[in-house]
Structures are given as structure tokens and as C-alpha cells.
Design a protein around this ligand. Structure first.
Ligand SMILES: CCCCC/C=C\C/C=C\C/C=C\C/C=C\C/C=C/C(=O)SCCNC(=O)CCNC(=O)[C@H](O)C(C)(C)COP(=O)(O)OP(=O)(O)OC[C@H]1O[C@@H](n2cnc3c(N)ncnc32)[C@H](O)[C@@H]1OP(=O)(O)O
Ligand SMILES: Cc1cc2nc3c(=O)[nH]c(=O)nc-3n(C[C@H](O)[C@H](O)[C@H](O)COP(=O)(O)OP(=O)(O)OC[C@H]3O[C@@H](n4cnc5c(N)ncnc54)[C@H](O)[C@@H]3O)c2cc1C
Length: 667
């Protein structure tokens, strides 16, 4: 079944790859994006962005200074949020932004990712009615300022205060120390004129913990900082350099009482405090991003896998047997072992990302109706997924980069930037080690509920099941039964690790340690349990997708799922072996199956990444271009380096030439 990416003039190796494809790449892409219509819209947006002169790049971003890159990004963002705003649906916006602007951030990133969601879910009706229409119409730009120079993880110790003044019915917002400055919030430095600022709420001298407040930072007319406000950019970073992550100090800035976000927690004019229905509803914007970043991080890995796979199909280097032409590097088993699991993981993450977004929407609906009972499960799942996916994605992108040899190290590959953006996710929205512990807290409760025979939510239902013997390798040639056997083994392992961690914790408590110190003595094991819980969820989610897929793509998805399961199990072999649930022979069997999967998937590798349906513009990689004509493109790309504007650089003229001249004259 030919892949529809084939076009005349393409690199012949890539064309051959696409001709040997065994499935309909459009069917898989439509399944990935939800429907044929969504796929068509995705293509339409890509084509229209490419054709819009307002989005044209005179030179690639990689060659721009930070200031110029920020400028170009702001210019394009204006086009998106004025000219294009009504041409796309909200759910198409992330694709439009990726396509038009790229992945390093843009002036309205935090406005969309956190400012609007905070206001939507936490502002009371009056404040929402006043501010939301203005924010949605982009009359103002906002961000989410929570992290401080001294505290990011431990929100209980944030130092910024909002002290209620009953006499004027105002909050006084203050930054008491240098390290209490807000530090890191995206788009805070230069773009935003408003922010949701997280402060300790103080009433009558009593600290009621972190709450959110809407604060105007800059004059709406001049954009100058308002009195009492010190604000700016924190400087260059590994990536996200078109984002103005910022600092902010507030010197006793007064805001009206109604600018506290009071949908859940409330302060009445006389200073009476009413707590929310769930203590952590103030943390809702973080759950929003965690729930959405899974999918977007899956897409980052998908891009890297697309670059590495296509490039490995056009790159020829060395021979496997003597004689004949040099081989495509994609034929080396080590190359397949590096790249194919990344393709499978990218699909797995995208599928899980879609499921968790749906779960988030349901939870939000419940909260709107006064029911927060789905929140703990969602918080545990998003915390685990955010941690596992960003780490897995970072490792995967780095594998893809290394698999492209020297050219992978060049910005022309697009891979270094992808890596920088991906690993940012290990830190933001809660450092991974910290978030895994949030998941572990929930697992520990789950273990107890299971012991007590209580009902368990779907994501931890496995904690209540009984383990049988692992049937890996004992299910004959039936792939469906093999998948089930592996999933059951993963369930056993996730359950066993959670129970072991719980017992280790209890043992320390019984030994005399307080709960918290005992916890710190077992967190490595706790986090291990959280990771396996998360990886089990991802495997189950992929399996659900496989079972519901149309027959036209069932076979290739099943091959991919097999590789995914075999790879994950070999990667986690230590956990499978530790309690004797699996034996060495079963791990050998899984490895053998994995190597078979590499061979099975080889003919479909290029087509599997074509089905990610990432346009050349969005991919932004000379090595990953759809037509595979990389060498000429590499030279054309390098010619644009600013060092090539002149043959003899001032740096050479001013320093190197005189040095050589002086040294020559000494002889
Ligand atoms: C154009 C359109 C674009 C659309 C874009 C949409 C999506 C965007 C996708 C990508 C984003 C792109 C760009 C954005 C890039 C970067 C943005 C980054 C932003 C930030 O980083 S914001 C700052 C984030 N900061 C953190 O995450 C801090 C981490 N720390 C914490 O969360 C907490 O301090 C803590 C670790 C959870 C501890 O808090 P604490 O109050 O001490 O609580 P505990 O005692 O540990 O727990 C008590 C109890 O509460 C439960 N809990 C904790 N948190 C939550 C929560 N958020 N929700 C629900 N429940 C929660 C916890 O489980 C405990 O429960 P128990 O039952 O066990 O008691
Ligand atoms: C690209 C980027 C964008 C960001 N955007 C925003 C934004 O828009 N708004 C905003 O408010 N913030 C933002 N942040 C800040 C980010 O949310 C914090 O950096 C993050 O929550 C981690 O907090 P921290 O920096 O205080 O790290 P720390 O907590 O100091 O972590 C340092 C180390 O200590 C460990 N550690 C800390 N506490 C524990 C614990 N309890 N148990 C075990 N280990 C622990 C961590 O695991 C880590 O290894 C952004 C950060 C980045 C990198």
C-alpha cells in the first residue's frame, strides 16, 4: 500500500521506503488526530501557514540574535491572534502556533497555558465577567507568577504575601526579600501586563496558605511597569529563548479585594475566610498544564523520531557485508534499536496524552458541579505522566540526535532545540522527583484501600487484583494473548513495587521514625513504584487504542505495540526479575522478540513517522525533510550563517591576522 508522501524528485531511498509500506499512512494519521476531517484541517493549516507571507522567515531563527528572534515571534503572534484568530478552532491553536512560530515559546504562551485557565477555573463570576472577555480578546496579556527565586517546589514556603486590609478592602501584595522575587514565569519579563500572582494569604496576622491574585503589572497604554513593580527578563536559557521568562518584585502594591481569585476560596469584605471544597483547587492551573503537556511532549519525541528515521533512510555509510553499495544506516540493528522504540514511545505518549486530556475535561466538569472526587486520581496520573514522559522524551530525543552522527549535533537537524525544550518539562510544572512522590502518595493510599477491599478508581484497579504466574513466553504464537500476558506481568510488577514501597515505609515507621522522615528514606523506591504505575497506564492506554483501531491499521499498530511492550519490559527487566515473577529465560525471550520486532517494523519505519503528519516547516530540520534531499539543503542552510556574510571576519582581521603577522615577524 503506497504511502501518500511519495513525490517526484524525492530522494530515491526514501521513495523506496514509502513504496514498501504495508498500511495506509493516512488512516493511521487520521486515527492519531481523531478523524479524517482533523487530519485534513491539520494539512490545511500547514499549507496556509506556509503560503502566508506574514509568516515568512527571511533567515532561519537559528541565526537570529535573541532579541531579533523575540521580535520575529511577537510579530507572528500578532498575526495569529488577530488575522488568524477566527480561522481556527481553539483545539487547532497549538498546531497553528507550532507551525507558524515554532516550539521555543511566544508572547501569549502563558496567557493560554495558565493565565486564562486560572481565571476560567478560579476567578469568581464578577471578576471573570470583567477580565475574561478582555483577556480572551487579547486586550491584555497575562501570565502565571508562582515560582520565586528561593522556592519553586515547596509552595507552602512562598514568601510573597497578600495581606488583607479590611479598612480599604484591599490586598497589599509584597515581596519581602530578594529571594522572594518571582523568578521564572514565562512571558513575565517583557510581554505581560497582568499576572495571576501566587501569594500567601494573610488575614488578621494568620497565614492561610498560597492563593492566587490578579495583579496589573504594566500600564495598559505605555506598557511601563506600574509604581511599586520591578519586572524584567531573567536571561538566556538552554531553550525557550523566544520566551521572556521573568522576574518580579512587588513593593506593597494594593489591589481591590475582588482581585483575589475567589471561585473556590473566598474572603468577604469583613475578612472572613471560606475555604474551598478541595484544598488544592488553587493549584488547578498546574494540573491543567500537566494534563496538556503530555500530548505536546509526545509530539516533540515524534518529531525527533521523524528526523532520525528519515535521515537514517537516506544516509548511507559503511557495509554490512563485503561488496555492494554502502548501506542505509537504518539497516544497522543498533540504529533500529535506538530509533524504533522512540517511534513506539511517541505513539504511546500521544495516545496517553489524549486520554488524560479527556480525563481532565471530565474532572473539570465535576468541579464545576461542586464535585472534586475525580481530582486525586487525575493529580496522581498527571504528576506521574508528566515526570515519566518528559524524562523518557529527553532520553529519546538524545538517542535520536546521536543516531544522526555529526549532523545531529548541528542546529540544522533541529534536534538540539527539541532536546532543550523537552527537558525543560522535567523541571517546570513540578520537578520530576517531586511529582513522582505525589503519585506515590496516592499509590500508598491505593495499597491500603486495596487491603481493605475498597473500590479503586480505574488507574489503580490493578492494586486490588491477585497475581498469577507470569505467562510471558508461554502463550505460543498468539500475539493477542502475548500482549495480555505482558500487560498482566506489568500489572503484577506495578502492584508489587507499590506494596514493597509501602512495606518499607511502614517498617521504618515501626522502627521509630516519624512518617515524614521514614518517607524520605524510601522515596527512591516510592518513585520507582510511581514510574511503573505510569508506564503501566501508558501500556494499557496504547492497548485500548489498538483494540479500538480500524482493521486497516490494526496490524501495523499491533507490531508497534509489540515492540513497545517488549522494549519496556527489557528496559524494566530488573523489576520483573527482582521478586522472581519472571525468570532469566523469559527476559531472553523478550529480547529475542524485541529483535524480531525491529526486523518486522523496518519496512514500515519511514511510513510510521510520515503518519505523524508533521510538515517540513513544523519539523524545522534539514535532516528530517520529507523529500530526503538533505545534502544540498545542509549547504544552503550553512551559507546563511552570519559568519559567512563576509569572507574575512573582523575577529580575524583584528586579532588573528595581527597575531600571525607578529609571530611571523619574530622569526
Ligand atoms: C495557544 C494555545 C496553547 C494551549 C497550551 C495548553 C497547554 C500547554 C502545554 C505546554 C505548555 C507550554 C508552555 C509552558 C511552559 C512552562 C510553563 C511552566 C509553568 C510552571 O512551572 S508554573 C509553576 C509550577 N510549579 C509547581 O509545579 C510546583 C510544584 N509543587 C507543588 O505542586 C506542591 O508544592 C506540592 C509538591 C504538590 C506540595 O504541595 P503541598 O501543599 O505541600 O501539598 P502536599 O502536602 O504534598 O499534598 C497535600 C495534598 O494535596 C494533594 N495535591 C497536591 N497538589 C495537588 C494538585 N495540584 N491538585 C490536586 N491535589 C493536589 C496531594 O496529593 C495531597 O493529597 P493527600 O490526599 O495525599 O493529602
Ligand atoms: C522553562 C521553565 C519555565 C517555567 N515557567 C514557569 C512559569 O511560567 N511560572 C512559574 O511560576 N514557574 C515557572 N517555572 C519554574 C518551575 O516551575 C520551577 O523551577 C519548578 O517547579 C522547580 O522548582 P525549583 O526551581 O524551586 O526547584 P527546587 O525545588 O529547588 O529543586 C532542586 C532539586 O531539589 C529537589 N527537591 C526539591 N524538593 C524536593 C522534595 N520534596 N523531595 C525530593 N527532592 C526535592 C528537586 O528534585 C531538584 O532535584 C519554569 C521553569 C522552567 C525551567
Amino acid at each position: 500500500m503506497p504511502n501518500r508522501c511519495i513525490r517526484p524528485g524525492d530522494n530515491p531511498d526514501l521513495t523506496k521506503e514509502r513504496e514498501t509500506c504495508t498500511f495506509d499512512t493516512d488512516e493511521l494519521a487520521a486515527n492519531l488526530y481523531g478523524s479524517r476531517r482533523n487530519l485534513e484541517r491539520r494539512r490545511e493549516i500547514s499549507q496556509k501557514v506556509s503560503a502566508d507571507p506574514d509568516f515568512a522567515d527571511p533567515i532561519p531563527h537559528e541565526f537570529l540574535s535573541r532579541e531579533k528572534a523575540v521580535d520575529a515571534t511577537a510579530k507572528k503572534s500578532k498575526v495569529i491572534f488577530q488575522k488568524w484568530k477566527n480561522l481556527v478552532k481553539p483545539e487547532e491553536m497549538p498546531h497553528l502556533v507550532n507551525e507558524a512560530v515554532g516550539i521555543q515559546g511566544f508572547p501569549l504562551a502563558l496567557h493560554h497555558a495558565m493565565f486564562l485557565p486560572s481565571l476560567n477555573s478560579q476567578a469568581d463570576d464578577d471578576l471573570a465577567a470583567e477580565i475574561l472577555p478582555r483577556a480572551k480578546a487579547y486586550e491584555i496579556i497575562g501570565t502565571y507568577a508562582q515560582t520565586e527565586m528561593g522556592h519553586g517546589t515547596n509552595l507552602r514556603e512562598l514568601e510573597t504575601t497578600a495581606t488583607y486590609d479590611k479598612t480599604t478592602q484591599e490586598f497589599v501584595i509584597n515581596t519581602p526579600t530578594r529571594k522572594a522575587m518571582k523568578w521564572w514565569p514565562g512571558n513575565l519579563g517583557k510581554m505581560s501586563n497582568y499576572a495571576v500572582v501566587c501569594c500567601q494569604l494573610i488575614i488578621d496576622g494568620k497565614n492561610l496558605g498560597p492563593h492566587n491574585f490578579l495583579v496589573q503589572l504594566r500600564c495598559e497604554k505605555t506598557h511601563e511597569p506600574l509604581p511599586g513593580i520591578t519586572v524584567g527578563d531573567i536571561g538566556p536559557k538552554i531553550a525557550y529563548n523566544t520566551t521572556d521568562n521573568g522576574f518580579l518584585a512587588l513593593d506593597n502594591v494594593r489591589i481591590p479585594r475582588r482581585q483575589m481569585l475567589m471561585k473556590h476560596a473566598k474572603v468577604s469584605p469583613d475578612g472572613t475566610y471560606t475555604p474551598p471544597i478541595h484544598a488544592k483547587l488553587n493549584y488547578g492551573a498546574m494540573v491543567h498544564v500537566r494534563a496538556h503537556m503530555i500530548y505536546s511532549h509526545g509530539h516533540l519525541l515524534a518529531r525527533a523520531a521523524a528526523v532520525a528515521t528519515r535521515y537514517s533512510a537516506v544516509r548511507r555509510q559503511g557495509r554490512i557485508e563485503n561488496g555492494g553499495p554502502e548501506v542505509q544506516i537504518l539497516d544497522y540493528q543498533t540504529q533500529q534499536h535506538r530509533i524504533f522504540p522512540q517511534i513506539a514511545r511517541a505513539y504511546a505518549i500521544l495516545f496517553a496524552g489524549q486520554e488524560v486530556r479527556d480525563q481532565y475535561a471530565k474532572t473539570l466538569e465535576g468541579i464545576a458541579n461542586g464535585q472534586a472526587d475525580l481530582l486525586p486520581d487525575l493529580h496522581a496520573l498527571t504528576s506521574g505522566l508528566k515526570s515519566v514522559v518528559t524524562f523518557m522524551g529527553g532520553l529519546g530525543i538524545e538517542q535520536c540526535r546521536m543516531s544522526c552522527g555529526g549532523h545531529g549535533y548541528s542546529d540544522a537537524s533541529g534536534l538540539p532545540k527539541l532536546y532543550g525544550v523537552q527537558i525543560g518539562g522535567c523541571t517546570y510544572e513540578g520537578e520530576n522527583m517531586v511529582m513522582l512522590q505525589q503519585t506515590a502518595r496516592y499509590l500508598m493510599k491505593g495499597v491500603k484501600w486495596a487491603e481493605q477491599g475498597k473500590s479503586l478508581s480505574p488507574s489503580i484497579a490493578y492494586l486490588g487484583k491477585k497475581s498469577g504466574k507470569s505467562l510471558i513466553g508461554l502463550k505460543g504464537g498468539d500475539i493477542t494473548r502475548e500482549h495480555e500476558a505482558i500487560l498482566e506481568t506489568l500489572e503484577h510488577t506495578a502492584r508489587r513495587l507499590a506494596i514493597d514501597a509501602s512495606q518499607l515505609w511502614e517498617k521504618r515507621i515501626k522502627g521509630g521514625e516519624c512518617k515524614e522522615r521514614a518517607w524520605n528514606g524510601v522515596t527512591v523506591e516510592m518513585n520507582r513504584a510511581s514510574r511503573v504505575y505510569t508506564r503501566l497506564f501508558m501500556a494499557r492506554s496504547f492497548h485500548r487504542r489498538l483494540l479500538s483501531s480500524p482493521s486497516s491499521i490494526r496490524s501495523v499498530l499491533s507490531d508497534l505495540f509489540s515492540l513497545y511492550l517488549h522494549y519496556e519490559c527489557v528496559d524494566m527487566a530488573q523489576h520483573l526479575l527482582e521478586d522472581g515473577h519472571c525468570n532469566g529465560g523469559q527476559i531472553q525471550y523478550l529480547k529475542k522478540r524485541l529483535y524480531e520486532d525491529l526486523t518486522t517494523l523496518r519496512p514500515n519505519a519511514v511510513s510510521l513517522v510520515d503518519s505523524f503528519e508533521i510538515s517540513d516547516r513544523e519539523l524545522n530540520s534539514v535532516l528530517g525533510r520529507r523529500d530526503g534531499n538533505v545534502y544540498e539543503a545542509l549547504f544552503q542552510w550553512a551559507k546563511q550563517s552570519e559568519l559567512n556574510y563576509t569572507d574575512v571576519l573582523p575577529a580575524v582581521k583584528n586579532y588573528m591576522m595581527p597575531m600571525m603577522e607578529e609571530n611571523r615577524s619574530k622569526l
